[in-house]
Write a protein that binds this ligand. Sequence first.
Ligand code: PGA
Length: 248
Amino acid sequence: MRQPLVVGNWKMQGSLVSVEALLSDLVSATPAAGVEVAVCPTFIHLGHAFTVCGHSFVALGAQDCSHAKSGAHTGEVSAAMLAEVGCRWVILGHSERRQHQDESDALIAAKLVAAVEAGLRPIVCVGETRQQRDAGTAQAVVSAQLAGALQGQANLGQLVVAYEPVWAIGTGLTATPEQAQQMHAFMRVCLAKITGVDATATRILYGGSVKPDNAANLFVQPDIDGALVGGAALVAADFLAIINAAAA
Ligand code: PGA
């Protein structure tokens, strides 16, 4: 039985004041039990965020980490630094980073090593573009991204994977529950072929325009174990509604 997980990816949004307000609203709520919850503010807001959420039901995550442990890497933040300020999770390989920072599967694999070594739980994102889906290569793309990031890794017991079709992110176009389930089931087959991954136990999140009104239909699918939520995670009531949908 995989425990549902709902993660908010706050992206490059907010200020000290708005982060504190949003987190206070979340931690003062009492959502349905049984769902694991995390939010991922920007690096600069993490320390302050921890003073608000502390050891409440809302855990903290980062949106990225360096592949390196320390050293001459201007602008980078190491996984150990993230753990030190209270992070338990880290998102790796988000499509916005693959697109805009040219992150390769090899770099994501190196970041995964660093994250696991620092004790962070990784959320590795994969997903195809509209053109790739239209060309019929969605499964091939996702399978290559999974293998590229995970093959040869040790200590993947805490691994979480997120399927985020690029065409559904921030567009209001969600994959239908059937499309998402089909890809999640395929991903579980791919995961089973990777040494060191327990495919049955690994949670696979769906991400891409998850909202309170579509969450329940996604979560009833057998291979959808929760969500990685962007826009709707910035509104406490919406994020709480998605958490409650995951508990149902
Ligand atoms: P969205 O973003 O929910 O705003 O589509 C999801 C994500 O990028 O993780």
